[in-house]
Structure formats: C-alpha cells, structure tokens
Design a protein around this ligand. Sequence first.
Ligand code: ADP
Length: 394
Amino acid sequence: MKILVINAGSSSLKYQLIDMENESVVAKGACERIAIEGSKLEHKVGDKCVVVEQYMPDHTAALQLVLNALTDKEHGAVKSVDEIGAVGHRILHSAEDFKGTVLVTDETIAICEKNTPLGPLHMPANIACVKACREILKGKPMGMVFDTAFHSTMPKKAYMYGVPYDAYTNWQVRKYGFHGTSHKYVSGEARKYLGRDDVKIVTCHLGNGSSLAAVKDGLCVDTSMGFTPSEGLVMGTRSGDIDPAVIEYIMDKSGMDIHQTLNYLNKKSGVLGISGVSSDFRDLAKAAGEGNERAALALDMFAYRVQKYIGAFAAAMGGLDCIVFTGGIGENDKKMRERIMNGLDFLGANFDKEKNENAPRGTIAELNDGGKVKILVIPTNEELVIARETLALL
Ligand code: ADP
C-alpha cells in the first residue's frame, strides 16, 4: 500500500508518498508561501524535480496541486489517486485527549479544533489540511499522528509545572513536549542497534527547533520542550528556558505588548538574537571562525544548554546507556557534536573525535571509543513514523 504523508505548516505543506511494501519514498515535495504572493510547489520523483509556480490561496488549493503533481502523466508517481491507500497527517497537539495515532473522523477533528488554542500557529493549518484531504479524497482512510503523543508516558512529576493545580485542571497547563515522532523513531532505532530494550537513552533532536527526550525502556520520561515548543534549549530563534519575570521587564523597558514580546522570544531570540548573525549554524560557525565573538558565544551557549539537559536527564533516569544525535544540526554539524560531548566523559561517554570527523552521512554512525555510554548519530525519519503508524491503525 502507498501512504501519503502530509506535514502542514501555517504557510507550507510538505508531503511524501511512501510505498509500505519496502518503505521507500516514491515521491516527495513541498508547497511554500501558501496564501502569500510567490507560492510554489517543488515536486521530486527519483532524480526529477519539477517546480510549479502558481498562487495557492489556501491549503485546499495546495493539496489539489500536490495531487495533480502526483498523478501527472509526465512527472507523476501514480496513475490515479486510487493508488493512494491512506493518508497520514502530522498534527502538532493532542492535548491529553489522544495518547497515540487516531483515525480522522468528525469526532477526532472536533477534538483537534477544541485544542487549537494550545497550538494557535500550527493547529489551524493542520486541521485545514485534514479537512481538505477529506473533501478531495473522499472515503480514503486517514490517520492523525501527534507531535506530542510520544511524550504522553511522562510521569506527572515531570510534566506538571510548579503553578497552582487549578491551572492544570481548568486550563490544561502542563508540559507536553514536541518532536515526538523523531524522538520515537531514533530511540527505536537506537534500541535495535544496541540489541536491547531495557536502555536509558537521551535523544537530542537538534535543528531549527531543538529538543531532548529522556527515553527509558522505550518510554519517554521527560523532555525539554514544554507547554509550547518555546521551552528548553536555546534554539535557532527561540530563547528556550528563561525566568518568566524577564517577560514583564522587557515589556516595561521596550513598550512591546505581550504578543510582540512573545514574538521577540520565539522569532528574534536564540542563537540568532545572541549572535546578531543568523539562526543557521553553518553561518554561525563561519562567523565564529572569522573572529565574531557573539557568534562563538551563541554556539557555546547552545552546546552548554544541551550538556546541562543531558546531565539532568541522566539523573532523571538514574543512569545513561546511550546518547543519540539527530536533526539538521545533530546529523551534520560535527563541530557542534564535539562541543557538546566535550566535558561529558564523566558520564562514561568516551567520545572519539576521529570517528566523529569521519562519520558517514545518512546512516547510523557510532562515535565511541569504548566507554559504557554509546554515542550514536541516527538520521531521523518522521515521515516514515507517520506512515507506519497510519498503516498500523488500518
Ligand atoms: P527543522 O527544525 O526546520 O526541521 P532541520 O532539522 O532541517 O530543521 O535543521 C536545520 C538546521 O540544521 C539549519 O538551520 C542548520 O543550522 C543546521 N544544519 C544543517 N546542515 C548543517 C551542516 N552541514 N552543518 C551545520 N549545521 C547544519
């Protein structure tokens, strides 16, 4: 069976068509700038890449364009949409309503709509895409795979905030965690690689948005992101953990309102805000190499925060067997991996600089020189998790 995986952002729609016979990607692509001037679709089948520049007023129009591309006589991947057996949707937030993947029904859509305030940027686009798919691909079975679901096994002491309990019971204020499909995939691959299920793993998903998870015996017991993806590590443009008093203080000093201040903390902070250079780690490394002290500081702060969370999560699990690096930075940025691992030998993680330097891309790599803690690079595959879970649901 072929499964279409849909990952919708507020102005984007990424997709992959996966053949579940051999879990291969038949076609993939992305629509960008939906409802913004200059919308375009980039569609790839094998070595072929087709770009369609056409205005897409909404996600329905984008989806229609994707289906046209997938069934196109010249650059399509299937003869007709009948060959698509099911659709798997990536959905940001499950709140406490779902602990795993669910079928798309009127009822599950209504629950997602109720939870929109918990993810005001992503949920409307996620739901719009689900509805558009239902409209265009009538009767096709669809699954919703939540970014938060893998973290639903956290114990209460980990997910509660130290605020009045009513905030939890009345308003669902708690830590949820994100990047769940990635943490699930790489921790599963790590357990397979180690040949054991009873392992304590810290998974480090380091990309534009970054988060860590503590995964004990296959279950998430803690994670660095929180009520929203703003909590935790210093990220590309997000501040991560800060003292909440900073918010009022910045508002007073700057005259910004609460929305502007949160935008400042989410879009203008992180390594971009510290360096004043870029949120991209390649730019930061270049600038730091040329003597830019703030770029060097941003890289140091990023690594330091990751180190602190690794230490905290080892303590949370009562030990550590494996550290996994994934995401754009985790998979590609050797220097950052070295910075993070530098000083963690006390955990029993003997980092081999040479193995790190020569680690092949796109496959699992081991960065150990002995030691009791395995250090692995594992390329993530969130789309495959979404397709597998959708298939399992059927
Ligand atoms: P997203 O969170 O949007 O999925 P990715 O996981 O693709 O992002 O990570 C993107 C980030 O990965 C880029 O902003 C860049 O900082 C970093 N990155 C990608 N490739 C490299 C590389 N070769 N060296 C250093 N950093 C890289």
